[in-house]
Design a protein around this ligand. Structure first.
Ligand code: FAD
Length: 302
């Protein structure tokens, strides 16, 4: 109930204004967002990579409704990747891209062209791109764009959401690719996806089995200890070394667990969002966990 309300609020311009104007919001947002500028993002990336982690950097923004904003978002990624190059960080830092931020809802051809520019800049600094997955209505378009990108940039990855009925089949189709498996952060209707946590978790394990058995590179994006343990067992059963898959977690979520995994010899990548369009991302983080809402309310009350 609370989750549905928060996810609905993540798309409400009125709520955006109200939440953004609360003085305490910034403090809470800072826990999940690396800052507003490229320099802020790079400071965080240097700290995390210095501690043995790898990162995937997200320039915040989604559902842009004009071409100029889509062009600016594309340029932000290219600028970021160009800045990583002289620092030699391309190998440890990849980027995550929401196609809706670079124009998918306006013109799919334009978004593909923008994504190609980002892939080219990534390759030039030894980095890679992963496409985030947005709500269920965008999956076909995202996978079509992925296919077009992989023709020239086969290293391009994509997120797949276990909450969707279709995802096990999508994992089979993508078993040779870099796939980030997530539970799913958007509302999904019963016609398209599982409604209970138990069903989403079981589907996650089925998708993991497919990916671990495949020839691609599974990216196990979860903070759920049970699923982390299952991923390690499945990787062992399929003879995967620790560098043949990785765990991923969000910036600001379970940093101690991230370190523990690194110390155990696992590969861990942290998803680092930056930029000023943090509202949708922030509301999805609140929706994921009642404790995050409590943390927010405590900050608001001062
Ligand atoms: P949950 O069931 O939410 O949590 C499982 C357990 O993890 C909890 O019971 C708790 O023990 C622990 N936990 C969770 N959060 C916290 C916390 N804040 N503090 C302490 N413990 C905690 N979703 C998309 O739809 N598209 C994407 O492209 C996408 N990309 C992502 C990339 C990364 C790297 C990650 C980690 C997530 C991404 N997500 C994406 C979000 C994802 O779909 C989930 O909404 C989110 O990861 C929460 O699910 P969970 O697997 O952690 O499990």
């Amino acid at each position: 109930m609370l989750r549905s309300l928060l996810l609905a609020s993540s798309r409400s311009p009125l709520m955006r204004k109200a939440v953004s104007e609360l003085p305490a919001t910034r403090r809470v947002v800072d826990r999940f967002v690396a800052g507003e500028t490229t320099a802020d993002a790079i400071t965080v990336v240097r700290r995390l990579t210095g501690a043995g982690l790898t990162v995937t950097i997200d320039h915040l923004g989604e559902e842009v409704t004009d071409q100029q904003t889509a062009v600016l978002a594309t340029k932000a990624y290219v600028t970021l990747l160009d800045a990583l190059k002289p620092l030699g960080l391309g190998q440890r830092a990849e980027v995550s891209v929401k196609l809706s931020a670079i124009g998918q809802t306006l013109d799919r051809g334009m978004a593909l062209d923008h994504a190609r520019q980002i892939c080219a800049a990534a390759r030039a600094c030894g980095s890679m791109v992963t496409l985030d997955m947005e709500d269920h209505t965008t999956v076909d378009a995202t996978l079509e764009t992925l296919q077009a990108l992989r023709a020239d940039y086969p290293e391009t990855g994509v997120a797949i959401q276990s909450c969707l009925y279709r995802s096990e089949a999508d994992c089979r189709d993508l078993a040779d690719a870099r796939v980030r498996l997530v539970k799913g952060a958007y509302r999904v209707p019963p016609s398209h996806g599982y409604q209970s946590k138990a069903e989403v978790d079981r589907a996650y394990v089925r998708c993991l089995r497919v990916l671990m058995a495949g020839t691609g590179y599974p990216m196990v994006a979860t903070h759920d200890d049970r699923l982390i343990a299952i991923a390690e067992v499945l990787a062992g059963q399929h003879g995967r070394d620790r560098d043949a898959y990785e765990f991923q977690m969000l910036y600001g979520v379970r940093p101690d667990r991230q370190r523990e995994l690194i110390e155990s010899g696992a590969r861990v990548r942290v998803y680092v969002p930056y930029g000023d369009d943090w509202y949708g991302y922030f509301m999805r983080r609140l929706a994921e966990r009642p404790a995050n809402v409590a943390f927010f309310l405590r900050a608001v009350r001062g």
